[in-house]
Write a protein that binds this ligand. Structure first.
Ligand SMILES: Cc1cc2nc3c(=O)[nH]c(=O)nc-3n(C[C@H](O)[C@H](O)[C@H](O)COP(=O)(O)OP(=O)(O)OC[C@H]3O[C@@H](n4cnc5c(N)ncnc54)[C@H](O)[C@@H]3O)c2cc1C
Length: 490
């Protein structure tokens, strides 16, 4: 995607630096804002660079869901007990296998304090629960389930809803970034916009001491007396990097602000940084969770492959990785009608039939395939059971004529985001290998002096799994830790 070199420049080649600060934070999304705020609060003088003409990043477009727990005031007000241990066990199960256990533990233990930090900066959360699977609640409710009560997670940890949604009349990311932006401005942190970092500057010992950026067609140099924090987002918009590292995501629409070009990751790799879990991705499958949970999600052989009450991104991962997104939501008229219009995101059935036999023929499934699945599903649903996938009894009911099917590849119209087609929108979860304090590690597992990172530029807590809220959550939480460490306080 980029043409210019990402190789580090030797400090000796930089005659004079144009700018100097203790900590240089690169990328003004949620991780960058948090890193800058806590680096400055630690006594460092900070400059925040942003390639575009304003901050926000993908964070400003996001749903504003932040995964928090351990007994936050919002959880308590909604009547839920929670503990850091249960949060940790859930995240290990949902983000794994091979989730970063140290980061998951730190994040879960730090979650209550992180909630206070967010609220302290003015991030609003309403003390009310949205109690049905969804991507983003159509109300301004502040708490939502992320599949914690679903099989197999309910057995791993006592369930509690931990999706904390920034109060908004739609997607809450814009509110989050507006509030963090006000905090950055109030703290007097200089923001250099239209300034895209291109290459790191390293000294003879391999320490990262600065960077070269491009502004208005010119090279601009920055010296970082204590450290650089890379918070440049992921690489989902870089087709070449995706093809190399995460080919299963290649060609799919991307869920980002369009700027996830991976440059920050590549700059650090060129300076010796290691990466982790580069093949992992969030798969925002284009189905309406409220419809899926009331019906069945089936593959092209008419077979279910997951319990439909898990976090819908996990349905997306299973659908993409195992079934190439050739999946359908099968439901009946009652199930469709039960989902309020505002939650349907423009989705209407693509096939309608009086019998399951007609429906499977219309879709092009093998004769009898879907009929067998629906008969089995109904037989057990009759007594509130799902012995195949263990969907919660609350969502089980025999499906009755007339039947309908939705082809997820036909997409939907997400509010504030427009039409989404192709079956899923994805972003990458892999990135730089870092410590819990954001130090970027080399291939020997040794911290590269002077270099820190957070947010989607890192692999952070995730392995193959994903739960909504862990991006804004880990970006801000580990961004803060990286900022403090870069300031020299850890
Ligand atoms: C529609 C949508 C909904 C989402 N909903 C949620 C949700 O509800 N909860 C959740 O947790 N996650 C959600 N996400 C994902 C989440 O928004 C991102 O994963 C998160 O914003 C990543 O944070 P970040 O700070 O690492 O990167 P970003 O927020 O993308 O910020 C990176 C910034 O770095 C800048 N930058 C990049 N390269 C350079 C460079 N070389 N020099 C200078 N600046 C640079 C970019 O311009 C950008 O401003 C959603 C994403 C989308 C698109």
């Amino acid at each position: 995607m980029w043409k210019s070199s990402v190789k580090p420049v030797a400090a000796a080649e930089v005659r004079e630096f144009d700018h100097e600060a203790d900590v240089v934070v690169v990328g003004y999304g949620c991780a960058g804002a948090a890193a800058a705020l806590d680096a400055q609060a630690s006594g460092a003088d900070v400059v925040l660079l942003e390639r575009l003409s304003a901050g926000g990043g993908s964070a400003a477009l996001s749903g504003g869901e932040i995964y928090l727990g351990g007994g936050t005031p919002v959880q308590q007000a909604c009547g839920f007990d929670d503990s850091a241990d249960d949060m940790e066990q859930f995240l290990l199960a949902a983000l794994g296998p091979d989730a970063d256990a140290e980061k998951v533990a730190a994040y879960s233990r730090g979650s209550r304090e992180h909630f206070d930090w967010l609220v302290g900066h003015g991030v609003p959360f309403k003390e009310s629960l949205w109690d049905s699977p969804t991507w983003v609640p159509p109300t301004d409710d502040g708490l939502m389930w992320m599949g914690e009560a679903a099989h197999p997670f309910a057995a791993a940890a006592a369930p509690a809803p931990r999706g904390h949604r920034v109060t908004s009349d739609g997607f809450g990311g814009k509110v989050l970034m507006q509030v963090l932006g006000e905090a950055v401005a109030k703290a007097g942190i200089p923001v250099h916009t239209d300034t895209g970092a291109q290459r790191l500057v390293t000294d003879v010992d391999g320490r990262v001491v600065g960077l070269v950026a491009r502004r208005e067609g010119r090279d601009v140099t920055y010296r970082a007396r204590r450290g650089i924090v890379l918070t440049t987002g992921g690489f989902a918009d870089n087709a070449a990097m995706v093809a190399t590292h995460a080919p299963v995501l290649a060609g799919l629409p991307v869920n980002s602000d369009g700027g996830d070009d991976g440059r920050g990751i590549a700059m650090a790799q060129a300076a010796g940084a290691a990466v982790r879990n580069m093949a992992a991705g969030q798969v925002g499958i284009t189905l309406v969770p409220g419809m899926a949970v009331r019906g069945m999600v089936v593959d092209e052989r008419g077979q279910r492959f997951i319990n439909e009450d898990v976090y819908p991104g996990l349905i997306g991962q299973a659908a993409l990785f195992k079934h190439g997104l050739r999946v359908w939501v099968v439901l009946d008229e009652q199930a469709y009608e039960e989902v309020p219009e505002v939650e349907r995101w423009g989705v209407r059935p693509h096939h309608v039939a009086e019998t399951v036999a007609e429906l499977e023929a219309e879709i092009g499934m093998p004769d009898g395939a879907l009929q067998t699945s629906v008969a089995e599903y109904n037989r057990h649903a009759e007594r509130g059971a799902d012995p195949y996938f263990h969907k919660a009894e609350r969502w089980l009911r025999p499906l009755r004529a007339p039947f309908a099917a939705i082809d997820v590849r036909r997409g939907m119209s997400a509010p504030e985001y427009g039409d989404t087609g192709g079956g899923a929108e994805v972003f990458t979860l892999g990135g730089l290998r870092t410590t819990t304090d954001g130090a970027v590690l080399d291939h020997d597992g040794v911290a590269i002096p002077g270099l820190y990172a957070a947010g989607r530029a890192t692999s952070s807590m995730h392995a193959r799994g994903y739960i909504s809220g862990t991006s804004l959550g880990d970006g801000t939480y580990f961004g803060r830790r990286a900022g403090v460490a870069a300031a020299g306080l850890r």
